[in-house]
Write a protein that binds this ligand. Sequence first.
Ligand code: ATP
Ligand code: MG
Length: 557
Amino acid sequence: MMENEAVSRNFIEQIIDKDLAEGHCKTVHTRFPPEPNGYLHIGHAKSILLNYGLAQQYGGLFNMRFDDTNPTKERAEFVESIKEDIKWLGADWGDRLFFASDYFEQMYEAAVKLIQKGKAYVSELPAEQMREYRGTLTEPGKDDPSRDRSVEENLRLFQEMKEGKYKDGELVLRAKIDMASPNINMRDPVIYRVAHLNHQNTGDKWCIYPMYDFAHPIEDAIEGITHSICTLEFEDHRPLYDWVVRELEYENPPKQIEFAKLYLTNVVTGKRYIKKLVEEGIVDGWDDPRLVSIAALRRRGFTPESIKMFVELCGISKSNSSVDYAMLEYCIREDLKLKRSRVMAVLDPIKVVIDNYPEAQVEYFTVTNNMENEELGTREIPFTRELYIDREDFMEEPPKKYFRMFPGNEVRLMHAYFVKCESFIKDENGKVVEIHCTYDPASKGGNSPDGRKVKGTIHWVSAQYAKKAEVRLYENIVDEELGVYNEDGSLNLNPNSLTVLKNCYVEPSLEGAQAYESFQFVRQGYFCVDAKDSSGDALVFNRIVSLKSSYKLPSMQ
Ligand code: ATP
Ligand code: MG
């Protein structure tokens, strides 16, 4: 390997390279282990793409594993949504789909093995006392009175726990490690608890359930995971992870590696908060386009490629930091730039009548779908005497440097003709409702017939042929200026996070656009057909992102 290649590799790749070079592992094997207790968000996407990407890169294996060992919070509904999201992101687990709950028997046996080795004991210490006995960061803990119970008695009690002889919380199984450890996680952690709960996969078969720190390393070891990648908050749990795989004497124990979570500015990812927003009807479900769950990003019109680009730009690091939402917007613009047709849509219409254009006439202009990518082909757009243009493209009394439509000014109607504004009509409130123009037939296609120049080019749709549409514009759901949370811990909501425009017109070529299809609306941004609310004759578009950006990649600054 070249020296500069080694430098550009992230710290996880460096660990894997070393493990391969030193023969600690032959085939790299990673996993993504979500708990099915909610929808996946952009942070999870980072973990999915990292784990899947490493397996791909090293020609290894990738497991999809539901970490469903805690029946209190888990629901089957989430299993399906999680699978759908991961597939959509492009992480293909093939036939490697696993459920941690399928290993309950092995976990039970592992606990028995620890008891037999004198490394675990049953305790009846009430939870509150257990907390007291645990000590603090500065004081060591105290031994549990049951710590020296005999192996035989421990085995009998643990068996009875399994058989349902005890109530929830009455007995627990603790690992016997070190009550004086400076790491509190090592002070005889609870590894099994009694809980008479129905589990979505195993039903009523079990009334004892393993704790996460005990279950997770076993799951990894059973599946032959070589590199168990998790987030930074588990760093202090690593000694326990290592203890579990060592004491259980796995031949090729997995190795835990921690990286920093992905945080985005001005977005809400906490399940607790999102749940509240959903329940209070402030957002339209877990896939509301203002959220950053994967389902919401998909509904908004983000692509798997844009999310992958984003995650790669963020990089992998060991220190927590927050990434600007604008970077995600940069990625979707970059991804869609060459892939989508550039069409005309009028979001805030004013009618334009071209007085010298024949009333019954319709002309079709053939236009290139994307000037930067000829492969997207061409389409036809109808031009008629009555059109709509956007209100912001007309001004009665323009300021200097306003080159769009105003009385006496000539502008180009994109792809069509030069037109000159002759007059306009106002309603009783003084609002301009109709503009009258004349066109120059010699400027067909929007080309100057005699070298005379027009400074403004504006978009339009045919009033007769355009399709009516609803367009939804979004801003961050929380207030950018004032921060995400109020002093009382509630969310500081941005009242303008959603603007619904009901009276928009789009080119007829968009008729029949399907859910998740997206387009560039020239001069306006990228828009995506809403998968929930749009239908053939009542189109609804979500604005993915505007065209303008002041964002610069850190490397470009
Ligand atoms: P949350 O509470 O934010 O929904 P979680 O950690 O409870 O997240 P899990 O289902 O336990 O969700 O996580 C599955 C995997 O995703 C874990 O390996 C976890 O480390 C990783 N993960 C969770 N949040 C992030 C994040 N913000 N950035 C990167 N990885 C994450
Ligand atoms: Mg969790």
